[in-house]
Design a protein around this ligand. Structure first.
Ligand code: PLP
Length: 400
C-alpha cells in the first residue's frame, strides 16, 4: 500500500505470534491443542509485588514520572547490578523502560546510522534483526550449529567484525536455544572484543535467573572490566519475576548513551507506568527466595523435555543450561512423509504437520534464523509437557 512507509518492507511480522494464531484457530474448531509457543512463565506475579502496586495506586503514585524512572527504582536497579553482577552503575547511568524491548529499541535508535552493522548470533530472538532494520542498521549474522550447542566461537566473532560494526548483540541464556556461556567461553569472546575498541556490546541478560545445575551466570562487563565503558547491560523483570504484562525492562551503561536513550524515550513513551515502577522496586528489593523455587521447577521440566525429545525417532535435542526453551534439530526427518503423504521438506513443514496431526504448537527454527530446528517453550505445566512430548514421539514415529 503506497500510503505505508518504505521501512516496513524491511520488517517481518512475528512468527511466534503467527503460530499462536494458528493454534487458536484449530482450538476454536474443536481440536485439542497444546501450545508450547509462548515466551512467558506460567507462574503468577508474586503477591508482595502485586500489593506494592496496589499500595502505589492508593498513595496516588499515578502521575508522570522521570523519563528514565523514579529514583527509588533506579537505586533498586543499581543495587541489583552491584549485588548480583558486581557492576557499579550510578542511578544516572540507569534507564528503565516499557519492557526490555523498549530499552533495546532506544539503544539501536540512539546509535545506528544507515549501514551500521550489528553482529547477531544465529539462532536469535526474533526481534533483534527487525529492530535493527527499523533503526536503519544492517544485521550481520553469526552462524552456530546444534553440534556446538548454538554457541559462537572467538574465531567466528573476529571474522564478522568490520569497520562498520557498531554493536555485538549478546544474549545468554539465549532465546530460542537456551544456550548459556560459561565464564571461560565468554572470556574468549571478550578477549576478541578488547581488540576492537569501536565495537560496543549489548548484553541481553533477560534470562539471568534461569540457569540450571552448577551453571554460574556471567555478563560481559563483569568479567572484562575493560569493556565497561562500551557495554550496555540490559535486563528486566518479565521472565524472572513473572511480570511480562507489567512492561518493565532496564539497562545500565555509559552516561552519554543513557542520556541519548532518555531523550528518545522522552519523545516516545515518557517512560513506563508509574504503578509498574513501584511494583518493580518491590520485585528487586523484596524477598528473592521464590526465584530459587521457580528455577528448580523449570530445571525439572527441562530435564523431562530433553529426555523425552531425545527418545523421539529422528530428533536431536541438546540440553541447554538456561532460559525455558529447547531447540531440537529435526534434520534427520527432512525428506520423510506424513501419514497423509505430505513430504516434510523443512522445519516449517514439520511444525505445521505436527500441529495438524497431533495438536502440538511449536515454532519453526527458521523464524529464529536457524533450521531445520524448532523451539519448544517449557514454561507450562509438567502434565502438558509430558502429554505434548508423547504426541511429538508418536508423530516422529509415524513419519515414513
Ligand atoms: N530479550 C529476550 C531474549 C526475550 O526473549 C524477550 C522477551 O521475549 C525480551 C528481551 C523482551 O522482554 P520484555 O520486553 O518483556 O522485557
Amino acid at each position: 500500500m503506497a500510503f505505508l512507509a518504505d521501512i516496513l518492507s524491511r520488517v517481518k511480522p512475528s512468527a511466534t505470534i503467527a503460530v499462536s494464531q494458528k493454534a487458536r484457530e484449530l482450538k476454536s474448531q474443536g481440536m485439542d491443542v497444546i501450545s508450547l509457543g509462548a515466551g512467558e512463565p506460567d507462574f503468577d506475579t508474586p503477591d508482595n509485588i502485586k500489593q506494592a502496586a496496589k499500595d502505589a495506586i492508593d498513595r496516588g503514585e499515578t502521575k508522570y514520572t522521570a523519563v528514565a524512572g523514579i529514583i527509588e527504582l533506579r537505586e533498586a536497579i543499581a543495587a541489583k547490578f552491584q549485588r548480583e553482577n558486581g557492576l557499579n552503575y550510578s542511578p544516572a547511568q540507569i534507564i528503565a523502560g516499557t519492557g526490555g524491548k523498549q530499552i533495546l529499541f532506544n539503544a539501536f535508535m540512539a546509535t545506528l546510522n544507515p549501514g551500521d552493522e550489528v553482529i547477531i548470533p544465529r539462532p536469535y530472538w526474533v526481534s533483534y534483526p527487525e529492530m535493527v532494520a527499523l533503526c536503519g542498521g544492517e544485521s550481520v549474522f553469526l552462524d552456530t550449529t546444534t553440534e556446538s550447542d548454538f554457541k559462537v566461537t572467538a574465531e567466528s566473532l573476529e571474522a564478522a567484525i568490520t569497520p562498520r560494526t557498531k554493536w555485538f548483540m549478546f544474549n545468554s541464556p539465549s532465546n530460542p536455544s537456551g544456550a548459556a556461556y560459561s565464564r571461560a567461553e565468554l572470556k574468549e569472546l571478550t578477549d576478541v572484543l578488547m581488540k576492537h575498541p569501536h565495537v560496543w556490546i549489548l548484553s541481553d541478560d533477560m534470562y539471568e535467573h534461569l540457569v540450571y545445575g552448577e551453571f554460574e551466570f556471567v555478563t560481559p562487563a563483569q568479567i572484562e572490566p575493560g569493556l565497561y565503558d562500551r557495554t550496555l547491560t540490559m535486563n528486566g523483570v518479565s521472565k524472572a519475576y513473572s511480570m511480562t504484562g507489567w512492561r518493565l525492562g532496564y539497562a545500565g551503561g555509559p552516561l552519554e548513551l543513557i542520556k541519548a536513550m532518555d531523550m528518545i524515550q522522552g519523545q516516545q513513551t515518557s517512560g513506563t507506568s508509574s504503578v509498574t515502577q513501584w511494583a518493580a522496586v518491590e520485585a528487586l528489593n523484596g524477598p528473592q527466595e521464590f526465584l530459587e523455587e521457580r528455577r528448580a521447577a523449570f530445571e525439572e521440566r527441562r530435564d523431562l523435555v530433553v529426555s523425552m525429545l531425545n527418545q523421539a525417532t529422528g530428533l536431536h535435542c541438546p540440553k541447554p543450561d538456561g532460559a525455558f526453551y529447547v531447540f531440537p534439530s529435526c534434520a534427520d526427518l527432512i525428506g520423510k512423509s506424513t501419514e497423509n503423504g505430505k513430504v516434510i521438506e523443512s522445519d516449517e513443514d514439520f511444525v505445521t504437520a505436527l500441529l495438524e496431526q497431533e495438536g502440538v504448537a511449536v515454532v519453526q527454527g527458521s523464524a529464529f534464523g536457524l533450521g531445520p530446528n524448532f523451539r519448544i517453550s517449557y514454561a507450562t505445566s509438567t502434565e502438558a509437557l509430558k502429554e505434548s512430548c508423547e504426541r511429538i514421539q508418536r508423530f516422529c514415529s509415524s513419519l515414513q
